[in-house]
Design a protein around this ligand. Structure first.
Ligand code: SF4
Ligand code: SF4
Ligand code: SF4
Length: 352
């Protein structure tokens, strides 16, 4: 007999980002740590469409006055998503990653982290790497961008920040979970910039703090100093920018294990070395989070490993490292908004 947690796992797997089953059942253990049976039954009744409590109550055959506080409690626990427009609060299903997992950034236990470290490589392999539409993409750091590069506004973190009226910075769950098990890297912890409706959710759930555009730009600068890769949401109007390290970020860590990480990211850029200028100082090898650079008599960038983050460019004191567009004829344009990204992902996965 299928138990209620198996049903929830199946339900989450039928959302665009997926929640693929394992042979060990670790994903069910994770759900049991997060959801009570009552919460599981309610989560099963939600779709990605935001709905008022009365609509959900009618579908579930429940009393709205009893259901509304439970929905709010579940939103506060990071199990479902809440949004408010024109004074009307609505709820919808949250995807597992990016979503429910990240909403637990201030609520981690060693057991949960251990289970997630077992599960995420499977999720990456069966969902993230396998399908062409990614939830995040890579953009170059601004100091790697030269005047002759045709970088679009959606490829510039500063431009993305300029367009935001609401920004929250949240702790990086990847670095937090590594710290919890004694494997922290010491890189900046406040590294997830969240925008728009998601920012209000983060603020209401006390997952982060509201900041100004100037503060967000300072965080970008600190990220550059620390050698963090810029990964905005994969749309022209992203709801977040992640500042990621190759040691803790579950995405970069798993990409790094591939032979050709460049094929599994959405990026338009690749680094190249001017051999005449390169002094083989090796500074760039430490900056690269993808192990894309080897240095012998000169540095060499493996184009199959380079994800075009630009971190190796500004620290080359000899101007030997630059970025160039991978293929101008195939310039990657992200979907126009997050909904379009998820529709593309749902199509990739054969859900629609
Ligand atoms: S490492 Fe990157 S993806 Fe992971 S939580 Fe931190 S900022 Fe987000
Ligand atoms: S930092 Fe610059 S000079 Fe040094 S090895 Fe890399 S490309 Fe060459
Ligand atoms: S070589 Fe490494 S650091 Fe440089 S752009 Fe490529 S991935 Fe980034």
């Amino acid at each position: 007999m299928t138990d209620i947690y198996q049903k929830l796992a199946h339900h989450l797997d039928h959302l665009p980002a997926g929640f693929p089953a394992t042979e060990t059942g670790v994903e069910l253990r994770i759900l049991k740590r997060l959801f009570s049976e009552e919460e599981t039954a309610i989560a099963l009744g939600l779709s990605m469409l935001a709905e008022a409590p009365a609509v959900i109550a009618e579908r579930l055959g429940q009393n709205v006055d009893e259901l509304a506080p439970v929905l709010e409690k579940m939103a506060k626990k990071g199990l479902i998503f809440r949004s408010t427009k024109g004074g009307q609060t609505k709820y919808n299903a949250a995807q597992f990653v990016i979503g429910i997992w990240e909403f637990h950034v201030n609520d981690l236990s060693e057991d949960l982290v251990r289970d997630m470290n077992e599960y995420i490589p499977h999720l990456m392999k069966k969902s993230w790497v396998k399908h062409p539409t990614k939830q995040l993409r890579v953009v170059p750091v601004s100091k790697s961008v030269s005047a002759d590069m045709k970088v679009m506004p959606y490829e510039q973190a500063e431009e993305i920040i300029n367009g935001q009226s609401k920004i929250v910075v949240a702790p990086c769950i990847c670095r937090k979970e590594h710290e919890l098990i004694g494997e922290g890297c010491g890189k900046p912890m406040e590294a997830c910039l969240i925008f728009g409706a998601s920012a209000y959710y983060y603020e209401e759930n006390k997952l982060g703090r509201t900041i100004t555009q100037d503060e967000a730009r300072d965080i970008l600068n600190q990220g550059l100093e620390a050698g963090l890769v810029l990964q905005p949401g994969n749309s022209r109007k992203p709801s977040n920018i992640c500042l990621c390290c190759g040691c803790c970020c579950q995405i970069l860590k798993n990409l790094k294990m591939l032979d050709q990480p460049a094929k599994a990211v959405s990026t338009n850029w690749v680094a190249i070395v001017d051999e005449d200028l390169c002094t083989a100082c090796e500074v760039c090898t430490e900056r690269c989070q993808m192990d894309a650079i080897t240095v012998d008599d000169t540095a060499y960038v493996d184009p199959d490993r380079c994800i075009g983050c630009g971190l190796c460019v500004p620290t080359c004191d000899f101007d030997a490292m630059t970025l160039r567009e991978t293929d101008p004829a195939k310039h990657y344009v992200p979907p126009r908004n997050t909904v379009a990204t998820y529709l593309n992902l749902a199509k990739d996965r054969g859900l629609i």
